[in-house]
Design a protein around this ligand. Structure first.
Ligand code: SME
Length: 151
């Protein structure tokens, strides 16, 4: 099963209409995403909670690290650079944090609010190698902008 990003965008828009609470929005998005695609084995947000610090937010899958400094891992790289991290092979990414040894590839996207502040990153991990393409990154970025640009 592959995500239908058009359907996801409509469903998420309907479910989140009028909601402005970040955690409520994140929880809803994660639930919709996680169950839409067999490649998504861990789907979750890490929230920016302090200077150079990410803390676990809503997620689905096995337990994730509670905190990730901006200096560490793929999530940290996304937060630090403000750029999407598309990692085809996690073994080849220096400093990758292996919360689940089954993870082979991942995509991490920065999340900005309407004021342009970085509020979180969205981390999707897959047990399949090279699970994600640029198309996934682009469509996921659109979804995040659709929801978080209004808060
Ligand atoms: N893939 C992440 C960490 C995995 S989790 O804690 C679920 C990273 O290296 O940033």
């Amino acid at each position: 099963m592959r995500a239908n990003y058009d359907t996801l965008a409509k469903t998420i828009a309907a479910l989140t209409e009028g909601e402005e609470d970040e955690v409520a929005l994140m929880a809803t998005i994660v639930c919709e995403l996680h169950h839409s695609d067999d490649r998504f084995d861990w789907t979750g947000f890490y929230r920016v909670t302090g200077p150079e610090m990410l803390k676990i937010g809503p997620y689905q899958g096995g337990h994730g690290c509670l905190q990730i400094p901006f200096s560490r891992g793929v999530c940290g790289a996304a937060a630090r650079s403000g750029e999407v991290q598309l990692v085809a092979d996690v073994e080849a990414f220096p400093g990758h944090i292996a919360c689940a040894s089954s993870t082979r590839s991942e995509v991490v996207l920065p999340v900005w609010n309407g004021a342009g502040n970085l509020i979180a990153v969205l981390d999707i991990d897959s047990d399949q190698p090279e699970a994600f393409q640029q198309e996934d990154a682009d469509r996921l970025a659109d979804l995040l902008a659709q929801v978080f640009s209004r808060i």
